[in-house]
Ligand binder design. Structure first.
Ligand SMILES: *Cc1c(COP(=O)(O)O)cnc(C)c1O
Length: 439
C-alpha cells in the first residue's frame, strides 16, 4: 500500500491515502476548506463524525453481497453479514421498528422501493405537492414515480392574515377530501421544505377511513425523531422511509422501516427489485451513525438543532423576512423574500449569499408566483452548524449577516466584508477540529 504523503500535502488528513492522486487529494482539501470556512445552511446537509467517514472509506467497499444476511448470492459474506445485521438491529432499536432494510442507496431509492412493495403500476397515491413542500419522489411530473403510479396531491392552507394565525400548515381537511374522492391505495406523509412537525396520527385516521396504506417519508426529521425532539411515526405508519445523511448525521444513504408482515415485500423490492449489490461500507457507516444517534448527547443535539432553528427564524423575522407558516418547530426555516425586498428573487439571494460564504438554497414558497428555478424564497437549516457547535447567539449573528449581504448586494465591498465575518465565525467552530487540512 502506498502511504507516502506527497510533499505539498504533508499535514493533510487525505495525503496518506491519496498521495498517488494529487488531483483528487487537492479537490478533497479544497472541499474540506470550503466546508470549514463557509456557513453550511443547506437544510438537508450535516457534518458526519470522523467515525462515519472512516467506515465509509473502508475495505467493505470491495465486497459484493447481493441478497441479505444469511441469504447471499456470493461467498465470503461472513463479516458483511454481521455488519448488516448490526446496522439493522441498531436502527430497529433506535426507532422501535419490527423490520429494517438498510440497503437503499438514497432516500429516493428507499421511496421507490416502498412504492414498488406496496403498489401495482397505475395505482393511485396521495402525497404532498412539490411546490407546497413535497419531494420530487412524491409524484413530480419530472420523477419516474409519476410515470409508474398515478399521483394526486394535497398542500398547505393559505397564508393567514395575522401572526396569530399564520396558516401554511398541512391542510388535513384537504387530505381527507382528496382521499375520499380518489381512494388512493397509499397516502404519503412527509416533506422536504416544511418547517413544522408532521403528526402521523391524523394521516393514519384518514388512511384507515379509505383503506389506504400510510407511508411516512421522514428523510428530513429522522434525526429529530431519533433524538426525541419530534414524535415517532414508527408503529403508526405502515412504512417509514428516510435518508441517513440529513438530521440523522450519518453517511449519504437511505433506509426503510416497516411492520414484520411487510418485510418480505420491502426486502424484495429493494433487491432484486431496484438495486444490485448493497454498499456495505456505507451500511457500516449507517451502523456507526445509528449508535451515535442512540446516545444521550444526540438528544441534546436534536434539541439544540430545533432551538437554533427557532433562534434563526426569530432573528430573520427581525431583519424583515416573512417566515412561511410564521416560524418553525424543526431544523429548517423557509423565508419569503418579498417582505424584505419585492424585487429580490431566491435565485439572486442564493447567488449573493454564496459569494458571502453563506451556503443555502432557493426554494419555492407555497403559491409562489415565480418558477422553481427563480423562486421567491430561501430554505435554511441548522443541522450542520449545530453539529459544529454553534448556538443561539451565532444564529443571531448569521441572520444579521444575511440581512447585511442582501441589503448591500449591489456593493461588492459589503459582500466581501460579510464573507470575512463569516470566515471569522467559522474559524471558531471547525466541523473537523481533529482533521485540519494543509491549508
Ligand atoms: C431528501 C429527500 C428525499 C431523497 O433523498 P436522496 O437521498 O436525495 O435521494 C426523499 N424524500 C424527502 C422528503 C427528502 O427530503
Amino acid at each position: 500500500m502506498n502511504v507516502a504523503p506527497a510533499v505539498e500535502y504533508a499535514g493533510s488528513p487525505f495525503a496518506p491515502w491519496l498521495s498517488g492522486d494529487e488531483e483528487v487529494a487537492r479537490l478533497l482539501e479544497d472541499e474540506m476548506e470550503r466546508q470549514s470556512s463557509t456557513l453550511q445552511l443547506i437544510a438537508s446537509e450535516n457534518f458526519t463524525s470522523p467515525a462515519v467517514l472512516a467506515a465509509t472509506g473502508s475495505v467493505l467497499t470491495n465486497k459484493y453481497a447481493e441478497g441479505y444476511p444469511g441469504r447471499r448470492y456470493y461467498g465470503g459474506n461472513r463479516v458483511v453479514d454481521r455488519v448488516e445485521d448490526l446496522a439493522r438491529d441498531r436502527v430497529k432499536a433506535l426507532f422501535g421498528a419490527e423490520h429494517a432494510n438498510v440497503q437503499p442507496h438514497s432516500g429516493a431509492s428507499a421511496n421507490l422501493a416502498a412504492y414498488q412493495a406496496l403498489l401495482d403500476p397505475g395505482d393511485t397515491v396521495l402525497a404532498m405537492r412539490l411546490d407546497q413542500g413535497g419531494h420530487l419522489t412524491h409524484g413530480s411530473p419530472a420523477s419516474i414515480t409519476s410515470h409508474i403510479w398515478r399521483f394526486v396531491s394535497y398542500g398547505v392552507t393559505p397564508a393567514g392574515s395575522s401572526t396569530s394565525s399564520p396558516g401554511e400548515v398541512i391542510d388535513l381537511d384537504q387530505v381527507a377530501q382528496v382521499a375520499k374522492r380518489e381512494r388512493p391505495r397509499l397516502i404519503v406523509a412527509g416533506a422536504t421544505a416544511y418547517p413544522r412537525i408532521i403528526d402521523a396520527g391524523p394521516f393514519r385516521e384518514i388512511a384507515d377511513a379509505v383503506g389506504a396504506y400510510l407511508m411516512f417519508d421522514v428523510a428530513h426529521p429522522a434525526g429529530l425523531i431519533a433524538g426525541g425532539a419530534h414524535p415517532n411515526p414508527v408503529g403508526i405508519a405502515d412504512v417509514v422511509t428516510f435518508t441517513t445523511h440529513k438530521t440523522l448525521r450519518g453517511p449519504r444513504g437511505g433506509a426503510i422501516l416497516c411492520r414484520a408482515d411487510l418485510a418480505k415485500a420491502i426486502d424484495s423490492a429493494v433487491f432484486p427489485g431496484l438495486q444490485g449489490g448493497p454498499l456495505e461500507h456505507v451500511i457500516a457507516a449507517k451502523a456507526v451513525a445509528f449508535a451515535e444517534a442512540a446516545r444521550p448527547e444526540f438528544r441534546q443535539y436534536a434539541a439544540q438543532v430545533v432551538s437554533n432553528s427557532k433562534a434563526l427564524a426569530g432573528a430573520l423575522a427581525s431583519e424583515g423576512f416573512r417566515l412561511v407558516s410564521g416560524g418553525t418547530d424543526n431544523h429548517l426555516v423557509l423565508v419569503d423574500l418579498r417582505s424584505f425586498d419585492p424585487d429580490l428573487t431566491g435565485k439572486e439571494a442564493q447567488e449573493v449569499l454564496d459569494r458571502a460564504g453563506i451556503t443555502l438554497n432557493r426554494n419555492q414558497i407555497p403559491d409562489d408566483p415565480r418558477s422553481p428555478f427563480i423562486t421567491s424564497g430561501l430554505r435554511l437549516g441548522t443541522a450542520a452548524q449545530t453539529t459544529a457547535g454553534m448556538g443561539n447567539a451565532q444564529m443571531a449573528v448569521i441572520a444579521a449577516l444575511i440581512g447585511k449581504a442582501l441589503r448591500g448586494r449591489g456593493d461588492e465591498a459589503v459582500v466581501a466584508s460579510v464573507r470575512s465575518a463569516v470566515a471569522d465565525l467559522c474559524a471558531e467552530f471547525p466541523p473537523y477540529p481533529g482533521l485540519t487540512g494543509a491549508g
